[in-house]
Design a protein around this ligand. Sequence first.
Ligand code: C2E
Ligand code: MG
Ligand code: MG
Length: 764
Amino acid sequence: MYKDELVGRAYHHLRVSSIAVVINATVLLAVLYENVNSKHLILWYVLVFLVSVLRNFSSKLYKKNKNKFSVKKWEQIFYLGLFVSTALLGVFPLLFFVPDDYQLQAMVIVVIAGLSAGGISSLSSLLYAAWLFIVFLLSPLIVQLFLQDTQIHNTMAFLISLYLILLMYTVRQFNKQYFDILDSRKMYEDEKEKLLRSEERFEKVFKQAPLGIMIYDKNLIIREVNQEFVDFLEAPHYYLIGLDLNTLPDQSVLPSIKAALDDIEGFYEGEYRTKYKQKDLWISMSTSPLKDSSNNVIGGIGIISNITQRMLTQLEFEYQASHDHLTDIPNRTTLLERIEYEIIRFKRHGIICGIMFLDLDHFKNINDSLGHAAGDEILIQTAKRFKNIIRAEDTVARIGGDEFVILLPDLANNENQSATNAEYIAQKVHNALREPFEIKGYKLNISSSIGITLINEKDKNADDLLKHADIAMYQAKKAGRNTTRFYKDKMDEWVKRRLGIENGLRNAISNGELEIHYQPIIEISSSNFVGAEALLRWSSKEFGNVSPEEFIPIAEESGLILSIGSWVLQNSVQQFAEWQKMFPHIKTFKKIAVNISVHQFEDTGFFRQVDTIIQESGIQADNLELELVESIIVKDMEKVRDKMQMLRDLGVRISIDDFGTGYSSLSYLKKLPFSTLKIDKSFIHDIQYDIDDKELISTILTIAKNFNLEVVAEGVETYEQYLFLNEKMCDYIQGYYCSKPIDTKSFTELFVSTNGVCQVVLNQ
Ligand code: C2E
Ligand code: MG
Ligand code: MG
């Protein structure tokens, strides 16, 4: 592993060792010259000298041009030199041993032993070289001493043998130590290299990191910052270096900066207002302690990233998630959160809040007739109007189609005052909608039904409150729209009843709970029953007799009206066909009027259904009159007209029921192919008291004549009413005055007993 190093060290010592060899050889030459074969000795000396010079030369060459040969080659050269040189030195005792001269023998032993000892340190880097040197040097001497057959020589030979072993052992230890030194030096170098590299890297990170980095000392003075930090704070370098962090205008970051000085990692994420540019930033900062070599905290490093963009995106995202896209006001999620908060405040401080549930009246009609874009525009404008009238602490949210909720916190401390305040705000909301909306060149009048609930101890959660406000709103709708209702506990029962009715209705047909009653329609001039209106009756096992005023709207909302309506149509037409067969002589009885709900009329299969029922029953198409209410007209007029025309083409008659209660414009009378107009019973009811109603009825009658429409007055109960209508040339009447709606059997009996003539009218 350290070959280069080891060989280098061997060559490093070579110079001194070769000089030592020459000196020793010279000493031997001088001392033994007289006593041995001088020629041989000189030859030996010359050889030793030459080899030493060559070895010395090789050492110089190595130093000078180490790269001339490979390490291996250098090693081989070294070994060769060593081998030759050692062999020359080693053979000396064999060649030049003076048998009887102990002094000279001692001299040789000292020189050889000295040389071998010297080799330990100079050759310790190459263990095998050292061993070779020792063995080659000492073995011939040992052999020579053994050969001198004296005890002293043999003892010396033995001792030198021990000495040889000791030297070999020692050199091995030296070698080991030397390797240890090399190992630790290498480790040191590696560590140094690593440190250097990490410093370099740190420098690089510090300078080029896409993060702001500052280094501060124990007194919270900034010592170093990188460029990113400078750019980030938009403050100049000179301003930052030496800045006392204690004096930061925004102290929110200080705790995490100080944490590092307590040997803790600090963290801060949030807004930060910079002094230099007076700019709001969002930052994320982590700090860690800075320590010296003895692990003492000497300051801190703060790494700061600018998360403004991320935060802005996040805030935008949160805004989107909490707001309604169309109207840009809070959505249901936000509303529920705020209500929950108000519930907590109420429980703690008794502060009453109100929930105002608003639903735009007839919004669906606008959507259907003018398109969704117009509907959206109304919602946007509505939200704006609401925002203008509410207080800063109120929340107006859109929670679905045309449903808005206004949360009114802090109404008052007592219920009465709270209710008064809420009522006042509701009035403001109604007023805000009073001004017509201008959409697509139309001026549209929009009103809203408002339900209000005030928080009380029983309210457990936001859903409860919202549900109550919704129930109250429903009551407002029922009460005729454009009005406000407060939630009362009783309403809960009403909701339960409503659900019960819906469930009951589901099985009403199969349970045989439905029955149709018939009310005669009388021609005033002849007193004849000219027809009958089919009116549905439900006698529920659970709820008893339920008025159609109550269950029909529920059937409509739940979609059950489709099956129920078709059952009524089918059965009433069938019944009429039977009566025609039963009373063929009564030719004047030629109309069965059936109420048709908007849902049925809109259903795609409706036309075919009517056609089939007529075919199957065998009645004339014009025996059937479908009663539609005005609200149907607010729908897409073209579509409605086309559908009505198809029915009219089939021969079916169509009447407009409850005329005068809904739509204010009469222009549709011109456009839609009605055959009959039924004046709503509320007008008839007020005839005797209200001059205006009398006027109105006269006008309706005139208009109807103009459009060639037959007119039926509904709900005629009294003689006076009859008289007035007769006077005004109204064609037909229907009401308790002649007969209440009655079941099939009673109707048949009435028919038989009166021969199809209304006795009351006849007798006038
Ligand atoms: P409508 O079509 O206007 O029916 C006339 C309502 O006036 C009936 O109420 C009838 O009983 C009542 N009436 C008749 N003469 C008088 C009177 O002299 N005085 C007073 N005060 N009321 C009179 P009813 O049967 O309770 O039905 C209420 C409404 O329920 C109906 O109003 C109709 O809109 C709806 N309806 C009834 N049956 C059906 C049905 O089979 N299908 C659909 N879609 N709606 C139905
Ligand atoms: Mg009707
Ligand atoms: Mg009616």
